[in-house]
Design a protein around this ligand. Structure first.
Ligand SMILES: Nc1ncnc2c1ncn2[C@@H]1O[C@H](COP(=O)(O)OP(=O)(O)O)[C@@H](O)[C@H]1O
Ligand SMILES: [Mg+2]
Length: 400
């Protein structure tokens, strides 16, 4: 390239025009991306609210029929499909939000199945899955944790050169002290992924989790490094070793969400009942309606407000009448009105002891992740099921 001083005026102008043009193109691209993410976020938000109807009603309906009735397994299937859909809409919402993560008790069997299906789609690699029926739930970030399984299974697929079988198992494991490296005593879910490829030399085993370590052409060497950090964020451990036949075995230990576990021993979902009066603020009719059904099933009385002004008024009136609400559920965003963020301030002015739960589909909003700093006692991400809802209310009310 010529030095600037050697260029003719015409050449310099031409270059400037080209630069400006490409800067404009970049800006245009950025704007386009921004508006796409806004649209995606908006659609996901509306979609999420309707999904709250599906998931909420089906969880209520499931609670109304006994497990041996013919319709029960069907309702369970609808619920399962709705839960998967929830994971998808959350990904959309994350795309438009970014920010901090929120972990929720999750049955990771679906996550493992889906990750395997996605990675092995159009390949000749088969997958044998053995996932415990009564697998404990794990406090999982539904958008991050699947990446771990995807990365490991992808490596296995590549190691086996697209044919053969991968074995994946998930079991509950109770560990005593110093039974596994880096893990405290406690309850864990152990996911093991085995392939029958060439494996990794014993000397190299400690290298594979390092960033940029790769033995492949044109690979990033980041798959396992990213997985390692995601597992660490989940307070778990990831390790690798050799299988009997020389293939690689990767083990992922994740602490169970035992304290907040929602299943009792026979794997049936526990619905925590209670009593008291709950005020629900939401601008969406379907949410108010399904939340009302859930509260009824859980044994609570409910009142509703469509926006912040109404919520504050109802709360104050009830206080003045000596019939204080036991808890308030506040939607974070109310279009053209006062949302949870402002309402909580007003309610605390009226009643410093107010027990408020913030609810939103935007699970990564700073108010959702740092709800306590904003004056809330708890958080629940939409859409939720009756068991999840019951548990949150129960915790809030029992905190005295
Ligand atoms: N299942 C496996 N079988 C054999 N080698 C593996 C397996 N998984 C990972 N490795 C080794 O670990 C390295 C790092 O893996 P990873 O972090 O996913 O990066 P990448 O796949 O981009 O190379 C791979 O390049 C490979 O040498
Ligand atoms: Mg990889």
């Amino acid at each position: 390239m010529k030095k600037d001083a050697d260029k003719t005026k015409a050449e310099l102008i031409e270059e400037m025009v080209a630069l400006r043009k490409s800067a404009e193109e970049e800006r245009f691209k950025a704007q386009k991306l921004e508006s796409i993410s806004e649209i995606a976020g908006g659609v996901a938000h509306d979609f999420n609210n309707q999904l709250m109807g599906v998931l909420g009603y089906v969880s209520v309906a499931k609670g109304l029929v006994s497990p041996d009735e013919q319709i029960h397994p069907l309702l369970e299937k609808i619920e399962k499909a709705a839960l998967r859909t929830r994971a998808i809409t959350r990904q959309f919402l994350t795309f438009s939000e970014g920010g901090k993560t929120m972990r929720e008790p999750t049955d990771i069997r679906g996550m493992i199945e889906e990750s395997a299906a996605a990675v092995l789609r159009d390949s000749d690699v088969r997958c044998s899955l053995s996932l415990d029926e009564d697998l404990w739930s794990v406090l999982a970030d539904e958008t991050e944790l699947p990446q771990v399984f995807v990365n490991i299974i992808l490596n296995a697929r590549q190691a086996m050169e697209n044919s053969g079988e991968i074995d994946i198992s998930a079991v509950n494991a109770t560990l005593a002290d110093s039974e596994a490296p880096g893990l405290e005593a406690g309850e864990y879910v152990l996911v093991t992924i085995r392939d029958h490829g060439p494996g990794v030399d014993p000397e190299t085993l400690s290298e594979i989790f390092k960033p940029f370590f790769t033995t492949k052409q044109k690979a990033s060497g980041l798959g396992l490094a990213v997985s390692w950090s995601i597992v660490k964020k989940h307070r778990g451990v990831i390790e690798a070793g050799a299988c009997a036949d020389g293939g690689l075995e990767v083990r992922v230990w994740l602490p169970s969400a035992s304290n907040s576990d929602m299943s009792d021993k026979d794997g049936k979902e526990k619905v925590m009942e209670g009593n008291g009066r709950i005020l629900v603020m939401d601008d969406e009719e379907v949410i108010r309606d399904v939340t009302g059904e859930m509260l009824k099933m859980l044994g609570y009385e409910s009142e509703f407000a469509l926006d912040g002004e109404e919520a504050v008024k109802k709360y104050r009136d009830a206080m003045n009448e000596g019939a204080r609400f036991d808890a308030v559920i506040l939607d974070l965003s109310i279009p053209n009105g006062m949302g949870g963020r402002e309402v909580i301030g007003r309610l605390i002015e009226t009643d410093p002891e107010v027990k408020a739960i913030v609810s939103s589909g935007y699970s990564r909003d700073p108010i959702m992740t740092e709800f306590r700093e904003h004056g809330f006692c708890a958080v629940i991400a939409k859409p939720y099921r009756v068991a999840e809802f019951g548990k949150v209310i129960n915790e809030v009310l029992s905190r005295g």
